[in-house]
Ligand binder design. Structure first.
Ligand code: ZN
Length: 139
């Protein structure tokens, strides 16, 4: 893996091929003013193909959000040119503030200030349901 170009930053590795843009958008990386590199369809022994995102600065990440997009991801934190942390992701139990309930009769559609919250109800199928009305979240 190519991490030597980053002195202080984050390498999001082992993204399922084709999912880099979804992750880029959901994490709001377009709002960063530093270099963000998206590598698509990188050859990877284990998975065949993968995507990689490199962020040229240190920042807080929403681990639940990354795990939701793709639990196969590994996040590498680089500090002073060294790998200081390697972190695997898993599917989060709860997702707050990202997904929106599609049910027009859900209380969150009526009371907009209520926080949107979804619970993982079927880990095998990666199904999340609204905690208020149990409508399944669409991807
Ligand atoms: Zn709902």
């Amino acid at each position: 893996m190519i991490i030597d170009s980053i002195q202080n930053g984050i390498v999001i590795d082992h993204i399922t091929a084709g999912k880099a843009m979804e992750l880029y958008n959901i994490l709001g990386l377009d709002k960063l003013d530093c270099t963000v590199a998206i590598l698509k369809n990188v050859t990877s022994g284990k998975l065949g193909r993968k995507d990689i995102i490199k962020i040229d600065r240190e920042m807080e990440l929403d681990w639940d959000l990354i795990g939701y997009v793709d639990p196969t991801i590994t996040v590498n934190i680089i500090h002073d040119g060294k790998l200081v942390e390697k972190r695997g992701l898993k599917l989060p139990e709860r997702i707050r503030g990202v997904l929106k309930c599609k049910n027009p009769r859900c209380i969150t559609s009526v009371e907009q200030e209520l926080p949107q919250e979804f619970l993982l109800t079927d880990p095998a199928k990666r199904v999340y349901r609204c905690i208020y009305c149990e409508t399944e979240a669409g991807k």
